[in-house]
Write a protein of this length. Sequence first.
Length: 186
Amino acid sequence: MTNDLTGKKVAFLVAPEGVEQVELTQPWEAVQQAGGTPVLVSTETGKVQAFNHLTEADVFEAEVAAADAQPADFVGLVLPGGVANPDNLRTDAGAVRFAKGFFEAGKPVAVICHAPWTLVEADVVRGRTLTSWPSVRTDIVNAGGTWVDQEVAVCTGGPNTLVSSRKPDDLPAFCAKTVEVLANSA
């Protein structure tokens, strides 16, 4: 097993507003430290306003619009949380289609906190085991998934590997497992 992502691009899908900053920046840095190239994808190119819970934080630049992005260009997908972020993503057809495309292509996806809402909308949690922020549990179960209360959950019982975590406190385990899964599926 290796954790080398050299020469590999990883998509980070976020809405133009509402992503939890630490859930974007820590996995982003982990991908970079493994030699990978993270790429910020949003519903449109341009400014992305991150938040520290409910307080505005830094602004990032989305390089690619989800409607124009192709899963084939990436080794995998990371979906950071924040309450507003996945709620906005799940209403954008291009973002939902892009996320679903990773499942159809058998490529790994990593989600944290409220991010599984986007996967619920994409109808890809049926038969899968994952974790999330506790308030998303009912949505996952109603969509046919199995919810577990774990620091990090890895589900290989589907077309791809799905990594999930509950909250920012889980980021060290989430980042480590995400990089491992991405590197070993490339």
